[in-house]
Design a protein around this ligand. Sequence first.
Ligand code: NAD
Length: 260
Amino acid sequence: SLKGKVALVTGSTSGIGEGIARALAEAGADIVFNGFGDAAAIEALRAETASRYGVRAIYAPADISKPADCAAMVEKARSELGGLDILVNNAGIQFTADIEDFPIEKWDQIISINLSGAFYAMHAALRGMKEKGWGRVINISSAHGLVASPQKAAYVAAKHGIIGLTKVAAIECANAGVTVNAICPGWVLTPLVQKQIDARAKENGTSAKEEEAKLVSEKQPMHRFSTPANIAAAALYLCSDGADTVTGISLSVDGGWVAE
Ligand code: NAD
Protein backbone atom coordinates (compact mmCIF):
# COMPACT_ATOMS: atom_id res chain seq x y z
CA SER A 1 0.00 0.00 0.00
CA LEU A 2 1.10 3.57 -0.68
CA LYS A 3 -0.89 4.94 2.26
CA GLY A 4 0.90 7.92 3.78
CA LYS A 5 2.92 8.59 0.61
CA VAL A 6 2.51 11.75 -1.44
CA ALA A 7 2.69 11.37 -5.22
CA LEU A 8 3.00 14.14 -7.80
CA VAL A 9 2.18 13.27 -11.41
CA THR A 10 2.95 15.94 -14.01
CA GLY A 11 0.53 16.14 -16.92
CA SER A 12 -2.12 14.20 -14.97
CA THR A 13 -5.14 16.08 -16.32
CA SER A 14 -5.27 13.72 -19.33
CA GLY A 15 -4.27 10.35 -20.75
CA ILE A 16 -1.45 8.32 -19.23
CA GLY A 17 -0.78 10.75 -16.38
CA GLU A 18 -4.40 10.66 -15.28
CA GLY A 19 -4.31 6.86 -15.37
CA ILE A 20 -1.17 6.78 -13.23
CA ALA A 21 -2.60 9.30 -10.74
CA ARG A 22 -5.78 7.23 -10.38
CA ALA A 23 -3.81 4.01 -9.82
CA LEU A 24 -1.55 5.62 -7.21
CA ALA A 25 -4.62 7.05 -5.44
CA GLU A 26 -6.29 3.64 -5.53
CA ALA A 27 -3.17 2.27 -3.82
CA GLY A 28 -3.62 4.88 -1.09
CA ALA A 29 -1.25 7.70 -2.05
CA ASP A 30 -2.19 11.35 -1.69
CA ILE A 31 -2.07 13.00 -5.11
CA VAL A 32 -0.79 16.25 -6.56
CA PHE A 33 -2.38 16.72 -9.98
CA ASN A 34 -0.70 18.93 -12.57
CA GLY A 35 -1.39 19.80 -16.18
CA PHE A 36 -3.42 22.08 -18.40
CA GLY A 37 -7.12 21.98 -19.14
CA ASP A 38 -10.54 23.32 -18.27
CA ALA A 39 -10.53 24.50 -14.63
CA ALA A 40 -13.91 22.96 -13.81
CA ALA A 41 -12.93 19.59 -15.33
CA ILE A 42 -9.67 19.58 -13.37
CA GLU A 43 -11.48 20.40 -10.14
CA ALA A 44 -13.98 17.60 -10.84
CA LEU A 45 -11.13 15.13 -11.39
CA ARG A 46 -9.41 16.27 -8.17
CA ALA A 47 -12.59 16.04 -6.09
CA GLU A 48 -13.63 12.69 -7.59
CA THR A 49 -10.19 11.19 -6.92
CA ALA A 50 -10.23 12.35 -3.30
CA SER A 51 -13.71 11.01 -2.58
CA ARG A 52 -13.52 7.77 -4.57
CA TYR A 53 -10.19 6.63 -3.14
CA GLY A 54 -10.34 8.34 0.28
CA VAL A 55 -7.07 10.22 -0.21
CA ARG A 56 -6.05 13.86 -0.18
CA ALA A 57 -5.75 15.37 -3.65
CA ILE A 58 -4.62 18.82 -4.69
CA TYR A 59 -3.86 20.55 -7.98
CA ALA A 60 -0.63 22.43 -8.73
CA PRO A 61 -0.88 24.55 -11.90
CA ALA A 62 2.78 24.48 -13.03
CA ASP A 63 3.97 24.91 -16.60
CA ILE A 64 6.61 22.19 -16.50
CA SER A 65 8.85 24.04 -18.97
CA LYS A 66 9.40 26.75 -16.32
CA PRO A 67 11.91 26.01 -13.53
CA ALA A 68 10.26 28.38 -11.03
CA ASP A 69 6.85 26.75 -11.64
CA CYS A 70 8.36 23.31 -10.97
CA ALA A 71 9.95 24.49 -7.72
CA ALA A 72 6.65 26.03 -6.60
CA MET A 73 4.78 22.82 -7.51
CA VAL A 74 7.09 20.70 -5.34
CA GLU A 75 6.89 23.28 -2.54
CA LYS A 76 3.08 23.10 -2.71
CA ALA A 77 3.23 19.33 -2.19
CA ARG A 78 5.41 19.92 0.89
CA SER A 79 3.39 22.76 2.41
CA GLU A 80 -0.07 21.29 1.73
CA LEU A 81 0.52 17.53 1.93
CA GLY A 82 3.65 17.35 4.09
CA GLY A 83 6.23 16.05 1.62
CA LEU A 84 6.85 14.42 -1.72
CA ASP A 85 7.64 10.70 -1.93
CA ILE A 86 6.77 9.78 -5.51
CA LEU A 87 7.45 11.97 -8.55
CA VAL A 88 6.13 10.89 -11.95
CA ASN A 89 7.47 13.05 -14.77
CA ASN A 90 4.84 12.43 -17.40
CA ALA A 91 3.88 15.76 -19.03
CA GLY A 92 4.75 15.73 -22.70
CA ILE A 93 3.79 16.95 -26.16
CA GLN A 94 4.41 15.85 -29.74
CA PHE A 95 5.01 17.61 -33.04
CA THR A 96 5.85 15.95 -36.36
CA ALA A 97 7.77 17.32 -39.35
CA ASP A 98 10.98 16.58 -41.25
CA ILE A 99 13.99 18.24 -39.64
CA GLU A 100 14.38 20.86 -42.36
CA ASP A 101 10.73 21.87 -41.88
CA PHE A 102 10.71 21.54 -38.08
CA PRO A 103 10.02 24.97 -36.55
CA ILE A 104 12.88 25.97 -34.24
CA GLU A 105 10.41 27.10 -31.57
CA LYS A 106 8.70 23.67 -31.65
CA TRP A 107 12.08 22.03 -31.07
CA ASP A 108 12.76 24.32 -28.10
CA GLN A 109 9.29 23.77 -26.67
CA ILE A 110 9.45 19.98 -26.88
CA ILE A 111 12.93 19.83 -25.37
CA SER A 112 11.87 22.12 -22.53
CA ILE A 113 8.64 20.25 -21.70
CA ASN A 114 9.59 16.63 -22.49
CA LEU A 115 13.19 16.75 -21.20
CA SER A 116 14.09 19.85 -19.17
CA GLY A 117 10.78 19.68 -17.27
CA ALA A 118 11.78 16.34 -15.75
CA PHE A 119 15.15 17.80 -14.74
CA TYR A 120 13.52 20.87 -13.16
CA ALA A 121 11.11 18.71 -11.14
CA MET A 122 13.88 16.34 -9.96
CA HIS A 123 16.07 19.34 -9.16
CA ALA A 124 13.35 20.50 -6.79
CA ALA A 125 12.32 17.10 -5.41
CA LEU A 126 15.39 14.90 -4.94
CA ARG A 127 16.94 16.63 -1.92
CA GLY A 128 13.79 16.04 0.16
CA MET A 129 13.58 12.39 -0.91
CA LYS A 130 17.24 11.77 -0.07
CA GLU A 131 16.83 13.41 3.35
CA LYS A 132 13.81 11.20 4.04
CA GLY A 133 15.66 8.10 2.85
CA TRP A 134 12.80 6.95 0.60
CA GLY A 135 11.66 8.05 -2.79
CA ARG A 136 10.50 6.94 -6.20
CA VAL A 137 11.01 8.86 -9.42
CA ILE A 138 9.38 7.54 -12.58
CA ASN A 139 10.13 9.26 -15.85
CA ILE A 140 7.75 8.57 -18.72
CA SER A 141 9.97 8.09 -21.75
CA SER A 142 8.69 6.16 -24.78
CA ALA A 143 9.57 3.43 -27.24
CA HIS A 144 10.97 6.54 -28.93
CA GLY A 145 13.46 6.75 -26.05
CA LEU A 146 15.02 3.56 -27.40
CA VAL A 147 14.42 3.65 -31.17
CA ALA A 148 13.55 6.34 -33.70
CA SER A 149 10.84 7.19 -36.22
CA PRO A 150 11.02 9.85 -38.92
CA GLN A 151 9.53 13.32 -38.36
CA LYS A 152 9.90 13.15 -34.60
CA ALA A 153 13.35 14.71 -34.12
CA ALA A 154 12.60 16.72 -30.99
CA TYR A 155 10.44 14.04 -29.38
CA VAL A 156 12.93 11.22 -30.03
CA ALA A 157 15.86 13.37 -28.83
CA ALA A 158 13.99 14.35 -25.65
CA LYS A 159 12.86 10.78 -24.91
CA HIS A 160 16.38 9.38 -25.45
CA GLY A 161 17.59 12.20 -23.18
CA ILE A 162 15.12 11.21 -20.46
CA ILE A 163 16.67 7.76 -20.34
CA GLY A 164 20.17 9.23 -19.86
CA LEU A 165 18.89 11.59 -17.18
CA THR A 166 17.18 8.65 -15.45
CA LYS A 167 20.45 6.69 -15.34
CA VAL A 168 22.42 9.60 -13.85
CA ALA A 169 19.80 10.21 -11.17
CA ALA A 170 19.61 6.49 -10.38
CA ILE A 171 23.36 6.37 -9.75
CA GLU A 172 23.33 9.55 -7.66
CA CYS A 173 20.49 8.19 -5.50
CA ALA A 174 21.60 4.56 -5.37
CA ASN A 175 22.38 4.53 -1.64
CA ALA A 176 19.77 7.02 -0.52
CA GLY A 177 16.70 4.78 -0.67
CA VAL A 178 15.54 6.56 -3.80
CA THR A 179 15.04 4.71 -7.09
CA VAL A 180 14.79 6.41 -10.46
CA ASN A 181 13.41 4.55 -13.47
CA ALA A 182 11.92 5.19 -16.88
CA ILE A 183 8.84 3.63 -18.45
CA CYS A 184 8.79 3.31 -22.24
CA PRO A 185 5.22 2.99 -23.52
CA GLY A 186 4.34 1.98 -27.04
CA TRP A 187 1.06 3.27 -28.49
CA VAL A 188 -1.57 4.40 -26.01
CA LEU A 189 -4.74 5.94 -27.49
CA THR A 190 -4.71 9.35 -25.77
CA PRO A 191 -5.40 12.86 -27.14
CA LEU A 192 -1.67 13.08 -28.01
CA VAL A 193 -1.99 10.11 -30.38
CA GLN A 194 -5.52 10.90 -31.59
CA LYS A 195 -4.12 14.14 -33.04
CA GLN A 196 -1.59 12.16 -35.08
CA ILE A 197 -4.29 9.76 -36.30
CA ASP A 198 -6.60 12.61 -37.34
CA ALA A 199 -3.75 14.40 -39.16
CA ARG A 200 -2.91 11.24 -41.09
CA ALA A 201 -6.57 10.66 -42.01
CA LYS A 202 -6.79 14.22 -43.33
CA GLU A 203 -3.53 13.90 -45.27
CA ASN A 204 -4.41 10.51 -46.81
CA GLY A 205 -8.13 11.09 -47.29
CA THR A 206 -8.92 8.03 -45.18
CA SER A 207 -10.99 7.44 -42.05
CA ALA A 208 -9.61 7.86 -38.55
CA LYS A 209 -10.46 4.20 -37.78
CA GLU A 210 -8.42 3.08 -40.80
CA GLU A 211 -5.45 5.21 -39.78
CA GLU A 212 -5.75 4.00 -36.19
CA ALA A 213 -5.38 0.38 -37.31
CA LYS A 214 -2.46 1.25 -39.62
CA LEU A 215 -0.66 3.26 -36.97
CA VAL A 216 -0.81 0.59 -34.31
CA SER A 217 0.42 -2.17 -36.62
CA GLU A 218 3.26 -0.28 -38.34
CA LYS A 219 5.69 -0.45 -35.43
CA GLN A 220 4.14 -2.77 -32.88
CA PRO A 221 4.12 -6.54 -33.33
CA MET A 222 1.08 -6.51 -31.05
CA HIS A 223 -1.65 -4.79 -33.05
CA ARG A 224 -3.44 -3.11 -30.20
CA PHE A 225 -3.02 -0.11 -27.95
CA SER A 226 -1.75 -0.29 -24.40
CA THR A 227 -4.10 1.45 -21.96
CA PRO A 228 -3.22 4.10 -19.39
CA ALA A 229 -3.95 1.34 -16.85
CA ASN A 230 -1.22 -0.84 -18.41
CA ILE A 231 1.30 1.97 -17.94
CA ALA A 232 0.00 2.65 -14.44
CA ALA A 233 0.54 -1.02 -13.51
CA ALA A 234 4.23 -0.63 -14.39
CA ALA A 235 4.41 2.55 -12.30
CA LEU A 236 2.81 0.76 -9.33
CA TYR A 237 5.37 -2.02 -9.63
CA LEU A 238 8.24 0.48 -9.59
CA CYS A 239 6.76 2.06 -6.44
CA SER A 240 6.41 -1.28 -4.66
CA ASP A 241 8.75 -2.63 -1.97
CA GLY A 242 9.48 -5.54 -4.29
CA ALA A 243 11.17 -3.11 -6.69
CA ASP A 244 13.51 -1.75 -3.99
CA THR A 245 16.64 -2.64 -5.97
CA VAL A 246 15.28 -1.81 -9.42
CA THR A 247 16.88 1.46 -10.48
CA GLY A 248 18.11 3.09 -13.67
CA ILE A 249 16.05 0.83 -15.94
CA SER A 250 13.85 1.51 -18.93
CA LEU A 251 10.74 -0.63 -18.53
CA SER A 252 9.05 -1.15 -21.88
CA VAL A 253 5.25 -1.51 -22.01
CA ASP A 254 5.04 -1.46 -25.77
CA GLY A 255 3.39 -4.52 -27.37
CA GLY A 256 6.79 -5.72 -28.56
CA TRP A 257 7.79 -2.50 -30.36
CA VAL A 258 11.50 -2.56 -29.45
CA ALA A 259 11.79 -6.34 -29.73
CA GLU A 260 11.81 -6.01 -33.50
P1 NAD B 1 -1.93 13.70 -23.30
O1 NAD B 1 -1.87 14.76 -24.32
O2 NAD B 1 -3.19 12.93 -23.10
O3 NAD B 1 -1.50 14.29 -21.87
C1 NAD B 1 -0.42 15.17 -21.72
C2 NAD B 1 -0.52 15.87 -20.39
O4 NAD B 1 0.60 16.76 -20.24
C3 NAD B 1 -1.79 16.74 -20.27
O5 NAD B 1 -2.27 16.63 -18.93
C4 NAD B 1 -1.26 18.15 -20.53
O6 NAD B 1 -2.04 19.17 -19.94
C5 NAD B 1 0.11 18.06 -19.88
N1 NAD B 1 1.05 19.08 -20.32
C6 NAD B 1 1.43 19.41 -21.58
N2 NAD B 1 2.31 20.43 -21.56
C7 NAD B 1 2.49 20.73 -20.25
C8 NAD B 1 3.28 21.71 -19.57
N3 NAD B 1 4.06 22.57 -20.24
N4 NAD B 1 3.23 21.76 -18.23
C9 NAD B 1 2.43 20.91 -17.54
N5 NAD B 1 1.67 19.97 -18.12
C10 NAD B 1 1.70 19.90 -19.47
O7 NAD B 1 -0.72 12.73 -23.66
P2 NAD B 1 -0.33 11.25 -23.17
O8 NAD B 1 -0.33 10.38 -24.36
O9 NAD B 1 -1.06 10.84 -21.95
O10 NAD B 1 1.20 11.50 -22.81
C11 NAD B 1 1.74 11.44 -21.53
C12 NAD B 1 3.22 11.09 -21.61
O11 NAD B 1 3.36 9.78 -22.16
C13 NAD B 1 4.03 12.02 -22.52
O12 NAD B 1 5.29 12.27 -21.95
C14 NAD B 1 4.17 11.20 -23.78
O13 NAD B 1 5.30 11.57 -24.52
C15 NAD B 1 4.28 9.81 -23.21
N6 NAD B 1 4.02 8.74 -24.16
C16 NAD B 1 2.78 8.64 -24.75
C17 NAD B 1 2.56 7.60 -25.64
C18 NAD B 1 1.22 7.40 -26.31
O14 NAD B 1 1.12 6.55 -27.20
N7 NAD B 1 0.19 8.11 -25.94
C19 NAD B 1 3.58 6.70 -25.94
C20 NAD B 1 4.81 6.85 -25.34
C21 NAD B 1 5.01 7.87 -24.44
